[in-house]
Design a protein around this ligand. Sequence first.
Ligand code: GLU
Length: 287
Amino acid sequence: MISAQPIILRFAPSPSGYLHLGHAYSALFSATQAQKLKARLLLRIEDIDTTRCRKSFEDAIYEDLRWLGIKWEEPVRIQSQHMNDYKKALDQLDEQHLLYPCFCTRKEIQAEIKQSGKAPHGPDGLIYPGTCKKIPLGQRQEKIDQGHPYALRLDMKKSIELTGPLYWRDVSAGQIKATPEDFGDVVLARKDIATSYHLAVTVDDALQEVNYITRGKDLFEATHIHRLLQALLVLPVPTWHHHNLIYDDTGTRLAKRHNALALRELRERGQNPKQVTAMAGFKNWSP
Ligand code: GLU
């Protein structure tokens, strides 16, 4: 008998602050979907940005999730311990001549855009004008040898030509045509960190065999890039389920930088897990 492939979900917070009600919503969404689908639930700590992430926040994530009654499968994948996996993916893209070093500073990019008189925007902000793509190969190497810091960008045009049209499926939105071109030449390895969110998340979901990605609608657009990277790196294609976001009384989306209600603050104020899960919109949650 052929056994059906297990469904694997994950919750993937960044330890750059304490979890707040928005995270509770996302974690509970993943946990309830896992219950419904009889799926496995994994946890991943997205800590590649070592300037913003802290071990104390990571420990607080485990504590807060346990307090909410959320259980996950061990081991937890900690991104900063897997830089070699991202390096391998970059090498794979480099072998296909899809990457180029970008030495530009933010200021230089802005100046170049200003000079061109056009300022095309993508979902992530201004689209990179492609300045460094024009640097001849020999000069690129020279600059690298001289120690100029550089990011690695994906040659979007070449990548799309290689893959042809791509599609992905979101449980709520249905079949979507991928439009990664809207982002321009995205950074896949930052100057200060040898990977990026887009690359690390795509590689990890494949390595962890996540086939049902639950995450907020704020990351809906990013999926266009992830779908492209999957095609270029020959990785399996999951299903996505982008969930709604929760907003505060003023209509602002809850985020760490907005001092959103931290779960531990609610706890200190005497709220119990049942009350907090209800506040997050999961009145009937039971672990
Ligand atoms: N680490 C991301 C965040 O905390 C989530 C990444 C993802 O689910 O793809 O917003």
